[in-house]
Ligand binder design. Structure first.
Ligand code: SAH
Length: 529
């Protein structure tokens, strides 16, 4: 957050109270396709001015106190005019702020970026531009179409499809475009879906055959990407049949028909086309979300749990301070490790404070958190990631009788682990280091997707995510009947059964990689059918 921004990292100093406007090219849709330079500026923005074509996920990168100004058309909102946008940029820059103008694709390519820079300059405001990945290249690429090809296409032309090509006075020279396409060249039309029929007809009137290859790619580079490969003669009918609409690139040229192996990697990923709702806590959602997204899924995060500290820290602080009095420190979740690391940092303690105490972790993710957050490699991680196995292996491999063991866990942790250890003679001290609270509500996006039956899978990574999801859905619990439900392991499955939920899949290995692998398997089997 802002206060943590080191001076040496700052890209902008408003020493003379002069602001700066940076036109940041946001890329074509996938938030990963912004440039490193663009992201660096975005992270430091005081004000972000954005519209519909830049992915809203990019806004997760801004500082907490950054002001976000939406200037596009969405829902009932009217888009701001270019004059209004220009004024917003100048006004904010004149307050000495770092203003980021996020623009879809590349900021200049059919993006009016140059006009904005000129306006800023005329008004004495400094403006700079960060180039970006444009939809005309990236969307076809992700549909398996290279816009140039050594053997097929030696030219690529970017054209606005916004103008009526049948007008006498058009700025686009269709005769020349037809000539380039006839030689194998590629033409990418932006903003052209509304005029597709006219574009195809005019190109044919300039001598191109009806079977000249063409393609349309909608929402390129995103999990919602759809494309068709067609021809000038059939494009209108094919687009109607497929229901493809704006935003889409219309590509005309021989490359549209290339069908070389490997080019279609993007839509061939195992989870492409699947919409997966994940119900973990906000803090935990990102690793699952990243893994599923990389495999092609559209991920909707629906945190059902909020993690909060205990109401009173004094007991926990006392045992942390006194941790050397214990033989073992036992941690049973990533959240527990994270709470411990945060608390130790607050107390000005580092990993050396835990020196000499043996550490047990319930599973791979808890172990990873220990390494990441505290630089500690646990002394024991059981082969099966449940409390019973942790207890059994501690008892089998280490003499726990008479040993002092400190368990720092959640308020809702299961009693099996301390019970089994105590039965084996260990002296157990247990404290709640974090509490789980039911989230206030599900995000609107999650409700909408469920109601519109767009969700293929819902994942449950603990008993409480399942119980909370049912509670948050309330009267609409039946919405889950239209989705396949995936459980991380046997304990979560038991709870799901009690809640009357049908389990479509249970991971063999009860952790996040195990759940991801099980989803991939299930979808691969489905696709093979
Ligand atoms: N500056 C942007 C283009 C803005 S014009 C760029 O460089 O990409 C808007 C047009 O871009 C849309 O009408 C559509 O034709 C195209 N477009 C933008 N994002 C797209 C996407 N993800 N998939 C397909 N076409 C897209």
């Amino acid at each position: 957050m802002k206060q943590n921004l080191r001076k040496s990292n700052r890209l902008f100093h408003n020493t003379d109270q002069k602001g700066l406007v940076v036109l940041v090219s946001a890329g074509p849709g996938d938030p990963g396709l912004i440039t490193v330079a663009g992201l660096d500026y975005l992270k430091q923005a005081d004000v972000v001015v954005y519209d519909a074509l830049s992915n809203p996920k990019l806004l997760d990168n801004v500082q907490l106190d950054a002001e976000l100004i939406y200037v596009g058309k969405r829902g009932g909102n009217h888009a701001k005019t270019q004059d209004e946008i220009n004024n917003i940029l100048v006004e904010n820059a004149n307050k000495g702020k770092l203003v980021i103008r996020l623009k879809g694709g590349d900021a200049y390519l059919f993006g009016r970026g140059a006009e904005e820079i000129a306006y800023l300059s005329e008004h004495g405001v400094e403006g700079i531009v960060i180039p970006g990945v444009t939809a005309g290249i990236a969307a076809p690429m992700m549909a398996g179409i290279p816009v140039t090809h050594r053997k097929i296409a030696s030219t690529v032309t970017f054209v606005t499809g916004h103008e009526d090509p049948t007008k006498d006075q058009t700025a686009v020279d269709y005769q020349s475009l037809a000539g380039l396409i006839a030689k194998g060249g590629t033409v990418c039309f932006y903003m052209g879906v509304g005029r597709l029929g006219a574009i195809c007809q005019v190109l044919q009137s300039h001598g191109l055959e009806a079977d000249t290859p063409a393609a349309l790619v909608q929402w390129g580079t995103t999990p919602q990407q759809r494309h068709i490969v067609t021809s000038l003669g059939s494009a209108v009918a094919d687009v109607q049949a497929a229901g493809i609409s704006s935003p889409a690139i219309i590509l005309v040229g021989k490359v549209a028909a290339t069908n070389e192996p490997g080019l279609d990697f993007f839509t061939s990923r195992p989870l492409f086309g699947q919409t997966i709702l994940i119900t973990r806590t906000r803090q935990q959602a990102s690793d699952l979300s990243i893994q599923l997204g990389a495999l092609g899924a559209k991920v909707i995060e629906a945190p059902t749990i909020d993690i909060v500290g205990p109401e009173d820290w004094s007991d926990v602080d006392a045992v942390i301070k006194d941790v050397k009095a214990y033989d073992w420190l036992v941690l049973t979740s990533r959240n527990g490790v994270s709470a411990l690391a945060d608390r130790m940092a607050m107390m000005n303690l580092d990993a050396r404070h835990l020196a000499g105490v043996q550490v047990a972790a319930i599973g791979s993710s808890t172990a990873e958190a220990l390494e990441e957050l505290l630089n500690i490699i646990p002394d024991l991680v059981p082969t099966k990631f449940v409390g019973e196995s942790l207890a059994a292996e501690l008892i089998a491999k280490h003499d726990v009788s008479g040993k002092k063991m400190l368990l720092l866990r959640a308020d809702i942790a299961r009693p099996a682990l301390p019970k089994l250890l105590a039965q084996a003679g260990a002296q157990i001290t247990e404290h709640v280091i974090y509490q789980t609270k039911l989230a206030d509500t599900l995000p609107a996006e999650a409700f909408e997707a469920l109601r519109e039956k767009q969700v293929d899978w819902v994942t449950f990574t603990s008993s409480s995510t399942a119980a909370n999801m049912v509670e948050l859905l309330g009267d609409e619990k039946a919405l889950l009947n239209d989705c396949k439900l995936a459980s991380i392991g046997p304990i979560t499955s038991q709870t799901m059964q009690k809640l009357g939920l049908d389990i479509a899949l249970e991971a063999t290995q009860s952790d996040i990689p195990g759940l991801v692998a099980a989803l991939v398997d299930a979808c691969t089997v489905e696709q093979a059918k």
